[in-house]
Design a protein around this ligand. Structure first.
Ligand code: FES
Ligand SMILES: [Fe+2]
Length: 439
């Protein structure tokens, strides 16, 4: 049995050792074995609208510059001057043709080349003028930009495995490309970062933790039959990625109901998409999904809004969270207004749900003060079933097995489950393949 995970197939039972949530040695191992060797999300291409736009970001403890250069290409630089270390960009965001270090004045282009250094003649001709340092790898999938500090890592597409399909279900909601909206949620939680990973894909907690939110929804709708929210599945997507996917809700959207005009626009948009992608794929789009891309990127698409959430471990008992809203730019004003209203009512530091989750996670961390006496947390729900849904914990076990593999080297087989039915597997069709040969 691994030190941190008890994956007992016989009982069956799955437990996680709480030492993994408090031990500084585990934290150091995670930095090394996980964050130095996976693809990590840095930002979305649409956050950099113009040439020479930049944002500063922190990924795995590294200060970074996420930028578009003068040619319009997305670049990622280490936000530290090659001279003696000062941060080159000290603002959250900006637009600059040159990144000039305020300490001694070395200056670089957004393409990373040195442009000038004061007193250049004191270095001699043979002195190599350094450019900006960069992470080993930068790549993107449909606008989502990832970096890796491991030059030997598999390519991003291979790494994303089954998660790509769920990114497609999000990205296909716009014909011109989904965009990150202005404004960012930034908050912190006094808890281990893995607790928020678990929470982000945990359907089991929703009704009890977010009681107040559901009371509000109920009041707005008059009725809400939980069964009418539709069928759901917890799915292992490979490489530690997992999703809880919901079929389209027969009661309409999760959250407050749309106005008539908003609902009509939404319906028209999906009808149009059905012509492009086929009805099976669009039914899946109309459902919801909580996706975890290993290790720390969460995408929650509850249809009323798409949250992109990046979870940053800072210490074993403290994390920082950044979240953005992704939306189709061509959406009408009415629908956009209601999307944002639903989004802000549920998520973020001022939402009705996120603070509940923060409270739950922080009390877990307090509880872990007795991790020597009460060693194991339980994550066994649905292990005895051949089909798992959103209130089971298959998705968390999937993530933890990958965590365990990277941290301890011990490989645990995935759980055998029944094949998924068409509601959860219908592929996207292109126009050509949809045209019948006889018509
Ligand atoms: S540290 Fe940047 S110019 Fe000296
Ligand atoms: Fe929650």
């Amino acid at each position: 049995m691994s030190t941190y995970v008890n994956d007992d197939r016989e009982t069956p039972r799955f437990q996680v050792n709480r030492a993994a949530m408090v031990d500084p040695e585990v934290f150091a191992l995670e930095r090394d074995k996980i964050f130095n060797h996976t693809w990590l999300y840095i930002g979305h291409e649409t956050e950099l609208k113009k040439k020479n736009d930049y944002k500063t970001r922190s990924v795995a403890g590294r200060p970074l510059i996420f930028a578009r250069d003068a040619k319009g290409e997305v670049k990622v630089w280490i936000n530290s001057c090659p001279h003696r270390g000062a941060m080159l960009c000290r603002e959250d965001k900006g637009n600059a043709r040159f990144l000039t270090c305020f300490y001694h004045g070395w200056s670089f282009s957004t393409a990373g080349e040195m442009v000038s250094m004061p007193g250049d003649e004191s270095y001699g001709e043979n002195f190599e003028r350094p450019g900006l340092a960069a992470p080993a790898m930068v790549d993107s999938y449909r606008g989502f930009v990832f970096i890796s500090f491991d030059p030997d890592i598999v390519d991003l597409s291979t790494y994303l495995a089954g998660a790509k399909e769920y990114l497609d279900l999000v990205c296909d909601q716009s014909e011109v490309g989904m965009e990150v909206l202005e404004g960012t949620h930034e908050y912190s939680v006094k808890a281990n970062w893995k607790l928020l990973v678990e929470n982000s894909i945990d359907g089991y907690h929703a009704v009890s933790t977010h009681q107040r939110y559901f009371e509000m929804v109920l009041a707005a709708r008059g009725k809400l039959d939980p069964k009418a929210l539709g069928d759901s599945r917890g799915i292992d997507l490979g490489n530690g990625h997992a999703v809880v996917a919901g079929a389209p809700a027969t009661e309409g959207l999760f959250g407050r109901p749309l106005s008539e005009a908003g609902a009509a626009e939404r319906e028209a948009r999906f009808e149009h998409f059905a012509e492009i992608y086929g009805p099976g794929w669009v039914d899946r789009m109309k459902g919801n999904r909580n996706l975890i891309i290993f290790p720390n990127l969460v995408i929650v698409d509850l249809v009323m809004g798409v949250v992109v959430r990046k979870i940053d471990p800072i210490t074993p008992d403290y994390m920082e969270v950044t979240a953005w809203e992704l939306a189709p730019p061509e959406e009408g004003d009415e629908l956009r207004k209601q999307r944002l209203d639903n989004f802000l009512t549920f998520w973020g530091p001022g939402g009705l749900a996120s603070p509940d989750d923060v409270e739950a996670l922080e009390t877990c961390q307090v509880g872990f003060g007795s991790s020597r006496e009460l060693v194991w947390s339980d994550m066994s729900r649905g292990m005895n079933k051949s089909v798992c849904n959103t209130t089971d914990e298959l998705q968390m076990r999937t993530w933890w097995r990958r965590w365990n593999e990277l941290v301890t080297g011990e490989q645990l087989p995935s759980e055998p489950k029944s094949p998924l039915d068409a509601t959860f597997t219908a592929p996207r069709q292109d126009r050509a393949s949809m045209a019948s040969p006889t018509s």
